[in-house]
Design a protein around this ligand. Structure first.
Ligand code: ADP
Ligand code: MG
Length: 265
């Protein structure tokens, strides 16, 4: 389905957001269509995480409005909207004083899920992200970075959310697991028709996941659209610079006479 025909699940309307004297977002409007994956990319500090925090209702815009299924997010509907979102913050954000199981189950317990339903869902998710069951009883600090990240993913997916907000979800994984989990996740999103808004600093990952890519710079959207458009028809020099910077390792190999036959992205 073309993005323009789809229902819009999440919509940012003319958002500006300032932290103290730092302007983080400057007039951002963006629609995230249902059952599609939107990927936010751009240099560190350009406002990617701020967009996710706004969707999750952790912060409010100074100007503009965030809409969830057409209704502005407000104190009245935030809790019900939030229960339909799975949010994985950058670095995972697991509570250090709770074991993995308790972290993942937290909201399900609060919602009164039975022990057997929680156990079944946990087992399903552990298999999905390939976290050995023995690790569920450890504390986050007793896990490797990659294991922590997989546990955080489990927590974000626990309630089978309609909207999944992922802030650099695969950042701490080693390359082999990363590629495997990328494939698994993409298959899940597609199979379950999930609406996903994901942040990554890795262009190849953005291309892999994104039905739509959104490139930000200093709080503004520079270009948005399918990956092909960003790669082949950059809207301004910055887009080409950003793309080329990520191709640098391949260029170095090519110059050294060891070029890969397939392009990096
Ligand atoms: P990104 O995720 O793209 O790296 P962020 O959305 O986290 O960027 O931050 C956007 C800008 O806002 C950055 O300049 C950052 O330093 C600033 N910023 C983010 N959070 C805060 C905060 N809590 N207080 C002050 N400045 C912040
Ligand atoms: Mg960030």
């Amino acid at each position: 389905m073309a993005a323009s025909d789809a229902e819009i699940m999440l919509s940012y309307r003319g958002i500006s957001k300032r932290y103290a004297n730092q302007l983080a977002l400057d007039g951002v409007s963006l629609d995230c269509p249902e059952a599609a994956t939107t990927v936010l990319i751009g240099p560190s500090g350009c406002g990617k995480s701020t967009l996710l925090r706004l969707a999750a209702g952790l912060i409010q815009p100074d100007v503009g409005e965030v809409q969830f299924e057409g209704a502005p997010l407000s104190t009245g509907n935030l809790r019900s909207a939030r229960l339909r979102m799975g949010y994985m913050i950058q670095e995972g954000g697991l509570f250090p004083h709770l074991g993995v199981r308790a972290n993942v189950e937290l909201m399900a317990r609060e919602l009164g899920w039975s022990a057997s339903r929680r156990r079944d869902r946990l087992a399903e998710l552990a298999e999905l992200v390939q976290l050995p069951a023995a690790l569920l009883d450890r504390f986050p600090l007793e896990l490797s970075g990659g294991q922590r990240q997989r546990a955080a993913l489990m927590r974000a997916l626990m309630l089978d959310p309609d909207l999944i907000l992922l802030d650099e979800p695969l950042g701490a994984l080693d390359p082999m697991i990363r590629v495997e989990l990328q494939r698994e996740l993409a298959a899940i999103f597609q199979r379950l028709h999930k609406t996903v808004l994901m942040v990554t600093h890795d262009l190849a990952e953005a291309v892999f996941f994104g039905d739509q890519l959104v490139l930000l710079r200093a709080g503004r959207i520079v270009q948005q659209g399918p990956a092909q458009a960003l790669l082949q028809a950059p809207a301004e020099p910055f887009v080409a610079e950003f793309v080329n910077a990520q191709r640098e390792p391949q260029r170095m190999l090519t110059e050294a006479g060891q070029g890969l036959s397939a392009p990096v992205c």
